[in-house]
Ligand binder design. Structure first.
Ligand code: NAD
Length: 254
């Protein structure tokens, strides 16, 4: 018996990294997974590998129309939506002084507007079948000063507040929906690899990365986050709403 048997979960940014690990873990624990990403090749390959109980949908999380189509496709095909993992995100290195407004707006459209639209459109779909669980992927950058990632930190702080707002809203509406966020430190994914590659090419980027304290706690595995996603998706966490879980090897504690 899987921990999320017969639940239907949509995971954004599921073609690689933390989203892929989360989709695999949810599928292994009995869920039907909707792998949503702008990366068609990676997303379709994952769905082909998973076989039964898996569907790929092309979803750019910045597009409200694409969200509506993806959620409608999920409900049409599987009859319900129980779990949404708002995981898709992009990173941008740069201090407050050298990040342009244009760059802030670009990262904000994926990291903030994406989860905002996901929550907005998932809530009515989940409420139709008695509730569900929304899991937002934030970061330890939501809690701490992260000078090398000014715009990124701002977006992750917004995701933290969005989580608490959605949790409280759903509680007031008594619609059976919970919303929690996960705050990883450094995790071994293509996103982190891209930063390492940048640091190899640029001494300034290397120095900025060196000063990013959370990375000094070591690098976690995508499965460390995926296990938490399964917990939040499952009924094991039915009394957990609005919680902010750090997965950072004690970085925030110290
Ligand atoms: P990643 O870059 O390895 O994967 C991100 C995925 O999101 C990719 O498949 C990409 O195609 C997809 N994506 C990007 N823009 C999209 C869009 N507009 N619409 C739909 N999909 C889109 O990243 P990751 O390391 O797996 O990170 C996943 C999440 O976890 C992100 O929100 C990230 O900010 C967060 N996070 C990561 C780390 C880390 O160290 N890796 C730490 C803290 C938080």
């Amino acid at each position: 018996m899987g921990r999320v048997n017969s639940k239907v979960a949509l995971i954004t940014g599921a073609a690689q990294g933390l989203g892929e690990a989360s989709a695999r873990a949810l599928h292994q624990q009995g869920a039907t997974v909707v792998v949503a990403d702008v990366n068609l090749k990676g997303g379709q390959a994952l769905v082909a590998e998973l076989g039964d109980r898996a569907l790929f949908v092309e979803l750019d999380v910045t597009s409200e129309a694409a969200w509506q189509t993806a959620i409608a496709a999920t409900v049409d095909q599987f009859g319900r939506l129980d779990v949404l993992v708002n995981n898709a995100g992009i990173v941008l290195m740069g201090t407050i002084e050298d990040t342009s407004l244009e760059d802030l707006r670009r990262i904000q459209s994926v990291n903030v507007e994406g989860p905002f639209l996901g929550c907005k459109h998932a809530i009515p779909a989940m409420a139709q079948t008695g509730g569900g669980s929304i899991i937002n992927m934030s970061s330890v950058a939501a809690f701490s000063g992260t000078p090398a990632f000014a715009a990124y930190s701002a977006t992750k702080g917004a995701v933290r507040s969005l989580t608490q707002t959605v949790a409280t809203h759903c509680k007031q509406r008594n619609n059976g929906i919970r919303c929690n966020s996960i705050h990883p430190g450094g995790m071994d994914t293509p996103m982190l690899e891209s930063l390492m590659t940048l640091a190899e090419k640029s001494p300034m980027a290397a120095e900025m990365l060196m000063q990013t304290a959370e990375l000094s706690e070591g690098i976690g595995k995508p499965e460390d986050v995926a296990n938490a996603v399964v917990y939040f998706a499952s009924d094991e966490s039915s009394f957990v709403n609005g919680s902010l879980l750090t997965i950072d090897n004690g970085f925030m504690a110290s």
